[in-house]
Design a protein around this ligand. Structure first.
Ligand SMILES: [Zn+2]
Length: 440
């Protein structure tokens, strides 16, 4: 394919690419500033306020009209089928900035284009010790380290700086640009994203820069976290019983059953776009019994439990997923005496997060692809985002089709989380070019 040269780029495109090159340190500096303001999500609470106020200020400096609101003050949120109860939204406002005539909830004027960028500002709590400080935002060998750098303050910095680029270049926008920073996405939250949809922030297209390794995604996985408990009345050490009620071995049968069930899921035909994906089942916690002060266990535990996260393609419903897991355990309870002798229950540890997909011919995909090539001289890669996230709130619960394009990084949800600094520069270019394309 033809590589881009200056004579095939327009004056505006050229100016955007030059502006971002000249403002590299500002892009990195904004990502660092966001990382340095902790915004941990500790269900049911969260401390996003200070970071959200920083972003609101930044949006005001861009000339945005800024709307600051608690998710649970939005009419219809708590009654919505996708609302996940149990979170406390005290001091946890969503922040939305608008450039243009757009009024949330108002009728969108015919022929007027709109584009929306959305990111979540909450981060998984800092726990453990890495090489770099959690909130230092150290840049080392092309990587920016710190909690939230990759997931996903780097991406938020990129779309804020892209907006600053088009503003400082004085580009006239013939449409509406909506910038959104939501709270409470981690731990299966996503109420913040739903609240923006219900408040009326809908557009012709949305882009979420979750860290999907610089691919353009029209689909993402879903998933849910569960805990399964087995239990039986205590019989102590069990002297002389012929049939021991044994929650531990029963749970082991169930875990093997889960592994088999997930293999069956993976062997089924997968929906379009997900054909090559392998969907994991990850046991995260396993608990039973107690070590006594003298160093041994002495009784068959009354309960045992396993907590696991399972990922699914788009199209699988909550009823299908949960129904098949329960069916598998019921079958075991019928066929395996050890399982039959205990009682069991399954508990949701996160909300059900569906996967979602937008049509392959959604115009935002081609626009992002074209501008990716313009910014990098590389062909774009299209692939599904290999994680669950809040994008389903757009694709399943609003009229706004949402694509993903975000940076490469690593150690998300772990110490020494990092994001590729060069990718933040590239994303700023791609997003600024996309704003210019879409709205002019
Ligand atoms: Zn994320």
């Amino acid at each position: 394919m033809a590589h881009h040269t200056a004579d095939t780029t327009t004056h505006t495109q050229h100016a955007i690419l030059e502006w971002v090159e000249a403002h590299r340190s500002d892009v990195i500096g904004l990502a660092q500033a966001l990382v340095r303001i902790p915004s941990e999500n500790k269900p049911p609470h969260g401390s996003e306020l200070e970071c959200q106020m920083f972003i609101a200020d930044f949006m005001r400096q861009l000339g945005c009209r800024v709307d600051i609101f608690r998710p649970d003050e939005v009419a219809g949120l708590t009654e919505h089928s996708a609302y996940w109860p149990g979170r406390d939204y005290t001091n946890r406002p969503n922040v939305v900035g608008v450039l243009g005539q757009f009024e949330p909830g108002g009728n969108r004027s015919e022929g007027r284009r709109s584009l929306l960028f959305s990111g979540h500002v909450d981060v998984v709590p800092a726990l453990g010790q890495g090489r770099f400080g959690w909130w230092d935002a150290t840049v080392h060998e092309g990587k920016l380290y710190g909690r939230g750098s990759c997931d996903m303050k780097g991406g938020i910095a990129a779309f804020l700086m892209a907006t600053q680029c088009v503003r400082q270049l004085g580009l006239e926008l013939h449409g509406d640009l909506i910038l959104e920073s939501v709270v409470d996405e981690e731990f299966g939250g996503a109420n913040g994203t739903l609240a923006c949809r219900l408040r009326g922030y809908n557009a012709d297209a949305a882009v979420v820069p979750e860290p999907n390794n610089m691919v353009i995604s029209r689909a993402h996985r879903g998933g849910q976290q569960f805990r399964i408990y087995t239990s039986a009345p205590s019989i102590g050490m069990g002297f002389g019983e012929t049939e021991l009620p044994d929650p531990v071995t029963a749970l082991a049968h169930i875990m093997v059953g889960l592994e088999r069930l997930n293999a069956q899921f993976n062997a089924r035909p997968k929906p379009e776009g997900f054909e090559g994906d392998t969907f994991p089942l990850m046991p995260l916690l396993l608990k039973a019994g107690e070590q006594l002060p003298w160093g041994t266990g002495e009784a068959i535990p009354e309960t045992a439990c396993v907590e696991f996260w399972i990922e699914i393609p788009a199209g699988v419903t909550k009823e299908e997923l949960q129904g098949e897991i329960k069916q598998m355990i019921e079958t075991l309870a019928r066929d395996v005496a050890t399982v039959r002798r205990v009682s069991w229950r399954m508990e949701e540890r996160t909300r059900f997060l569906p996967g979602s997909t937008i049509p392959a011919d959604s115009p935002i995909l081609a626009t992002l692809a074209k501008n990716f090539t313009l910014a990098t001289n590389q062909p774009p890669v299209f692939a599904n985002a290999p994680f669950a996230c809040d994008v389903f709130m757009f694709n399943l619960h609003s009229p706004t089709p949402c694509a993903l394009l975000g940076p490469r990084g690593g150690n998300a949800h772990a110490p020494d989380e990092w994001v590729n600094v060069e990718d933040l520069i590239t994303l700023t270019k791609v997003f600024a070019l996309t704003i210019a394309d879409w709205l002019s």
